[in-house]
Design a protein around this ligand. Structure first.
Ligand code: ACO
Length: 402
């Protein structure tokens, strides 16, 4: 009901594109998506090949440096990250300050912001060397922070990193290990988690990445920008969807497992009832990441002693949705989050940690996008316009006359 042409007369010629459905905010050389064809490539490499043949640190290097590393470059990158996994000792006290039931995404975002209080000598976003060390610090410390957020929530002591382990193994040990019990990382679990991190590593100008860029466009430092990205990722329409999917499946199971009647509620658009893990702003086809995750979920869940009934419910939901006109006509397909939660659950992560895992995976993408923006001579502070729809000029009425 808004008369846009009248508004234009008042504001000059601006484009109204709520949700930035058709507006590119930047050029980028990092990630290519063809949402109609279901194609995703990082720096030109198809996601399927990277998921099968690469590792998370190699993909991180690729995103951040625009080329696959040589063996020497990869070793140097991994070694630099390895020596920065410790948190400053003062930071450990933050974790005791938060309430035990704090959401780990809130803890993660707060702790990442706090990093800028410890590394004040290296915050200049325009100095490539300072950016480089900040990026390494973030990559190294985010898994430590994530593991501590979890340990705090269950009242366990905070372990130190074990730098003889690789990136994902170290994170798993800090998360699930205990000082009193020998903990051996299951290599199969580490491999699948590494692969899931690859799938989440970048996705061009999504909500959290756009947030990282927008905050960074004011020349705020990398820690502050990434912390804001974590906050954006926490919402149920973005990274929080992986936890929401599992909650949805649990609810369907508790209600007797009637998948068809749940789908009817979704189609009737009952308030707050959506098929979580379905639909995507860009993919109007099967999300290529979802296809890879579905296969991994089947593999992972086959290794369990007793099958997870939620996987069966997820399969049923997908089958019904893919042949139902509501979903077909709106081109709603499973997205990356539809099956990830089931894998994380099988790995013993509590639901609240699912989005934290997404954040660890997305970190190299945020860093690469932020750095690309900082190095782009054409980039400017982000400052959208608006179309004002409020009152015309009014005369102020003193309080005793109202
Ligand atoms: N369940 C039911 N209906 C849906 C769903 C869904 N999951 N997603 C979209 N629709 C419907 C909308 O109601 C709308 O219907 P209408 O045309 O009758 O009004 C139509 O499909 C188009 O949807 P929009 O909301 O306009 O699509 P948009 O691009 O704005 O939203 C989003 C994309 C947020 C991902 C949406 O599909 C959604 O909410 N999905 C569920 C949450 C989710 O899984 N998020 C994860 C996204 S991927 C990621 O962050 C990794």
């Amino acid at each position: 009901g808004i008369d846009v042409s009248a508004l234009r007369k008042e504001t000059g010629y601006v484009t109204l594109d709520q949700g930035f459905v058709n507006t590119a905010s930047t050029t980028s050389t990092i990630t290519y998506i063809d949402g109609d064809a279901g194609i995703l490539r990082y720096r030109g490499y198809p996601i399927e090949q990277l998921a099968e043949k690469s590792t998370f640190l190699e993909v991180s290097y690729l995103l951040m440096h625009d080329a696959l590393p040589t063996p020497a470059q990869l070793k140097d990158f991994a070694d630099k990250i390895r020596v920065h996994t410790l948190l400053q000792e003062e930071m450990r006290s933050f974790f005791s300050g938060f309430p035990r039931d704090a959401h780990p995404m809130a803890v993660l975002s707060s702790a990442v912001t706090a990093l800028s209080t410890f590394y004040q000598d290296a915050l200049d976003p325009l100095d490539p060397e300072q950016v480089d060390i900040s990026a390494i610090r973030l990559m190294a410390k985010l898994p430590t922070i994530a593991a501590y957020a979890y340990k705090k929530s269950i009242g366990h002591p905070l372990p130190y990193p074990d730098n003889s382990l690789d990136y994902v193994e170290n994170f798993l040990r800090m998360t699930f290990g205990l000082p009193t019990v020998q903990y051996d990382v299951d290599p199969k679990v580490a491999k699948i988690l590494d692969m899931l991190f690859i799938l989440h590593a970048d996705h061009e100008q999504n909500c959290s990445t756009s947030t990282v860029r927008l905050v960074g466009s004011s020349q705020a430092n990398l820690f502050s920008s990434v912390s804001a990205g974590i906050a954006a990722l926490s919402g149920p329409l973005h990274g929080g969807a992986n936890a929401a999917v599992l909650e949805m499946l649990e609810q369907i199971r508790k209600d007797g497992g009637d998948v068809a009647s749940f789908v009817t509620r979704v189609k009737n658009k009952e308030k707050g009832v959506k098929l979580m893990g379905f639909g995507h702003r860009v993919y109007k086809n099967y999300d290529p990441r979802a296809a890879i995750v579905k296969k991994a979920a089947q593999e992972m869940l086959n290794t369990l002693d007793k099958p997870d009934p939620l996987l069966e419910l997820a399969f049923q939901l997908e089958e019904i949705a893919l042949s139902d006109d509501y979903f077909v006509s709106r081109k709603l397909y499973p997205n990356v989050d539809f099956y990830t939660g089931l894998i994380y659950k099988a790995m013993n992560f509590p639901t609240k940690m699912f989005t934290v895992l997404f954040a660890i995976g997305r970190l190299p993408g945020w860093i690469a996008q932020w750095t690309e923006m900082m190095n782009d001579p054409a980039s400017k502070i982000g400052r959208p316009r608006q179309l004002y729809t409020g009152f015309p000029e009014r005369e102020f009425v003193p309080i005793d006359k109202r």
